[in-house]
Design a protein around this ligand. Structure first.
Ligand SMILES: NC(=O)c1ccc[n+]([C@@H]2O[C@H](COP(=O)([O-])OP(=O)(O)OC[C@H]3O[C@@H](n4cnc5c(N)ncnc54)[C@H](OP(=O)(O)O)[C@@H]3O)[C@@H](O)[C@H]2O)c1
Length: 66
């Protein structure tokens, strides 16, 4: 949120995404979500156009409370 506010005038967007409990090396592949599912939200946020949001927290494309 601090970076989002500081960078707002520059046009740089700062958002956070929760991948969910995802099967990776990190958790010994015990997560119940695939990395494709986890990456989907992150790629969407990384490819926002200039009208996209900033300062939000997202899970599966939906904004959730911080
Ligand atoms: N998995 C989950 O359920 C989950 C949930 C919430 C948050 N997270 C967070 O997501 C982040 C990634 O977790 P993950 O589950 O994707 O872990 P992961 O499967 O262990 O993947 C970590 C990735 O980071 C790369 N990496 C590590 N050190 C690096 C470095 N110095 N430079 C460049 N790349 C480096 C590794 O590359 P190499 O393979 O080449 O070593 C690997 O691709 C962590 O911060 C974790 O806390 C994970």
């Amino acid at each position: 949120m601090a970076f989002a506010k500081e960078l707002a005038a520059s046009g740089v967007k700062v958002n956070a995404a929760y991948p969910g409990y995802t099967a990776t090396d990190f958790d010994g592949h015990s997560g119940y979500r695939t990395f494709e599912q986890a990456a989907n939200s992150i790629v969407s946020l990384a490819t926002l156009d200039e009208n996209g949001p900033t300062g939000g927290f997202y899970f599966d494309g939906a904004e959730v409370p911080c």
